[in-house]
Design a protein around this ligand. Structure first.
Ligand SMILES: [Fe+2]
Ligand SMILES: [Fe+2]
Length: 296
């Protein structure tokens, strides 16, 4: 029987350019998908999670840099660090804007910060071997989360219903610029994990921790946003049925499609390049108003 071609361990030739984008939020309405507070706040959870989450990615990858013995991969990891650092700051600016609009995101962000820094953070005092092991374990978590960020990036690049619903164009550009870079660099964390530990078990463990954690944080974050929204006054409660109806209208990703994508991560021959489209992502980055402005 012919053997399937093994996936490349390193996505050769990838040059990741951090694009120093800026967005003007002064005119952003609180419900930036007009009359769709539920869909607006489900997507807003990204702004709650990403600044702390992506700063944590940067810390983990900086810890991993001295362990890399492949020059090409080291360059990709450096490019990844540069992109994620800019993503974190771009979403932070949205949080600052929400605060100015009377929606205080800080109580939830403090919980996220505690999780990333105290539970999943650095552990001073470990032996050299223990510290290496801890870093690789965290790279496995990042690789699993990056499967979802690439999934969401691909979704947001293919979400014409948001344009039809007249979602705020600057917010759509932020989400699509970020989503496109997630698709662009979707192999880096996985290739780094394979480089440091090619074993199947750690990859699976990374997803079994990161997948449920992400769902939990998202549900909590949506509840938090709807309760904290000064225009809603606690009247709107999130339900799975509502999320499902929004997904059917194309305003949110379909959870069943996302779950099927997560299952593909467990395939022995999985590689992130099998998901999403680099050419579509680069096409968006060439057209994105913010990315074009950053290039000049
Ligand atoms: Fe990112
Ligand atoms: Fe990423």
């Amino acid at each position: 029987m012919p053997r399937p071609t093994p996936p490349p361990s390193v996505h050769h030739g990838l040059v990741l350019e951090p694009r120093d984008v800026h967005f003007d939020w002064t005119a952003l309405p609180l419900h930036w998908i007009p009359d769709e507070p539920m869909a607006t706040h489900v997507i807003n959870v990204l702004h709650l999670l990403l600044p702390e989450g992506e700063r944590w990615f940067v810390e983990v990858f900086k810890d991993a840099l001295p362990m890399i013995t492949d020059e090409q991969l080291r360059e990709e990891v450096r490019g990844f660090i540069g992109q994620e650092a800019i993503h974190a700051e771009a979403h932070q600016e949205v949080l600052d804007h929400l605060l100015g609009q009377g929606l205080d995101p800080r109580p939830y962000v403090r919980q996220v910060s505690w999780l990333f820094h105290r539970v999943l953070g650095d552990r001073p005092g470990l032996s050299a071997a223990g510290s290496r092991e801890h870093t690789i374990e965290r790279v496995a978590h990042v690789a699993a989360i990056e499967h979802f960020t690439a999934f969401l990036g691909h979704w947001i690049l293919n979400s014409p219903a948001l344009d039809r619903a007249q979602a705020d164009p600057t917010m759509l550009d932020l989400l699509r610029w970020h989503g496109a870079e997630e698709v662009e660099h979707r192999s880096v964390a996985y290739d780094l994990l394979r480089h440091l530990d090619p074993g199947y078990l750690r990859r699976v463990r990374g997803m079994l921790v990161a997948g449920p954690l992400l769902v939990h944080l998202w549900v909590r974050g949506t509840r938090f946003m709807l309760a904290a929204d000064p225009l809603l006054d606690g009247r709107l409660k999130p339900t799975w049925r509502e999320a499902h109806l929004n997904a059917r209208r194309g305003l949110l990703p379909d959870l069943r499609v996302m779950a099927r994508s997560a299952v593909r991560y467990f395939r022995p021959g999985y590689h992130p390049t099998q998901e999403g489209s680099s050419s579509q992502a680069l096409g968006y980055l060439a057209a994105s108003p913010a990315a074009r402005a950053a290039a000049h």
